[in-house]
Design a protein around this ligand. Structure first.
Ligand code: DAH
Length: 347
């Protein structure tokens, strides 16, 4: 009688376990049949009605059935967990074949690249970088550089005046004066940064960049200057180009020279195939900057003992150096931020 009841519960429990649609339903079924208040526990209470001889066989049966049901339960639990994991994986699946949104990595501006390249070359000759304020006093931008009071560069047409005493610096040469005032010779420094002039056309921009070198040492000659610039030209353009000096004038150097190098676009030939080279207008030479021996007045005004200490200096326009190297035809491109232009310089 009791035995049949057990078999009945067993059949019901087995059916309930196997049909349980979820882990939660399965657990509820387990509580219902095997739990403390479950069907099995109530049967066990009836065990007391049995005789002493019947009890062992009954106990054995109960244990067997319980074990069998635990096994069914465990199988179903494993199966349900597997199903649940599979459906979770499916629901959260990523489509790895989907093309990703394209990243837009930034790139260095050609002006920054050229500054880095030029200062890198000069640093191998022992030069280190200096900067200075963009708003300069007349003393640093002109007076300390030996500009006579009536020099045309002080004219309102070229110079942006802030007030009577201050200008947007028109060149990086004031950095030379600031360095000589603060540091003791020997000096090898590169002044670099933005400069400003009231001028705008295809080859002039009101804001552009300059880089210049200053060397102050005990015996300094035009030969040292020429050697330095010749080395620089070959390194910067990556070609064995010649450098030449043309006599010139700057208030802050004496003697002064305009620096030309062979045109890197046509390698100094003036022609590319049968076409005239447009960069050097078929001359084979191109102007890259100014240079000279630092004028004694400039040294003395900055507190450097002359002739014990002498100096040479040279200055280049950064945009111009980029234009010549890469064959760019309009200086305004540097400020337009057209990504089609800028992208050509990203590595
Ligand atoms: N400061 C000059 C300019 O802006 C360029 C220059 C010429 C710099 C000769 C120098 C130099 O250091 O020696 O036109």
């Amino acid at each position: 009688m009791l035995k049949e009841k057990i078999e009945e519960i067993r059949a019901q429990a087995e059916a309930a376990f196997k049909a349980a649609p979820s882990a939660k339903d399965l657990y509820d079924a387990k509580v219902q049949f095997l739990g403390k208040q479950g069907s099995f526990s109530s049967i066990m209470k009836e065990m007391g009605k049995l005789s002493a001889e019947e009890k062992p066989a009954f106990g054995k049966l109960v244990n067997e059935v319980k074990q069998a049901l635990e096994a069914v339960y465990a199988d179903r639990e494993t199966a349900l967990k597997g199903q649940e994991l599979a459906s979770q994986l499916q629901a959260e699946a990523l489509d790895l074949s989907l093309p990703s949104a394209t990243a837009a990595p930034g790139a260095r501006h050609p002006v920054a690249l050229v500054i880095e390249e030029i200062s890198g070359i000069l640093s191998r000759l022992g030069y280190s970088i200096r900067t200075g304020p963009l708003i300069e006093s007349d003393r640093y931008n002109f007076e300390g550089l030996n500009f006579p009071p009536d020099h045309p560069a002080r004219d309102m047409q070229d110079t942006f005046y802030i007030d009577k005493e201050h200008v947007l610096r028109t060149h990086t040469s004031p950095i030379q004066i600031r360095t000589m005032e603060l540091e003791r010779p020997p000096l090898r420094v590169v002044g670099v940064g933005p400069v400003f002039r009231a001028d705008s056309d295809i080859s002039h921009s009101p804001n552009f960049h300059q880089i210049e070198g200053l060397c102050v040492d005990r015996r300094v000659s035009m030969a040292d200057l020429k050697g330095t610039i010749s080395f620089f030209v070959r390194e910067y353009f990556g070609k064995d180009l010649k450098t030449r000096f043309r006599p010139s004038f700057f208030p802050f150097t004496e003697p002064s020279a305009e620096v030309d190098c062979q045109c890197p676009i046509c390698s100094g030939k003036g022609v590319i195939g049968s076409q005239d080279c447009r960069m050097c207008k078929a001359s084979g030479w191109i102007e890259i900057g100014g240079s000279g021996l630092v004028h004694p007045n400039v040294l003395k005004l900055a507190g450097v003992q002359y002739p014990e200490w002498q100096g040479f200096a040279f200055g280049f326009g950064i945009e111009r150096m980029a234009i010549i190297k890469y064959g760019i035809d309009d200086i305004r491109l540097f400020n337009e931020n057209d990504v089609r232009f800028l992208r050509q310089f990203s590595l």
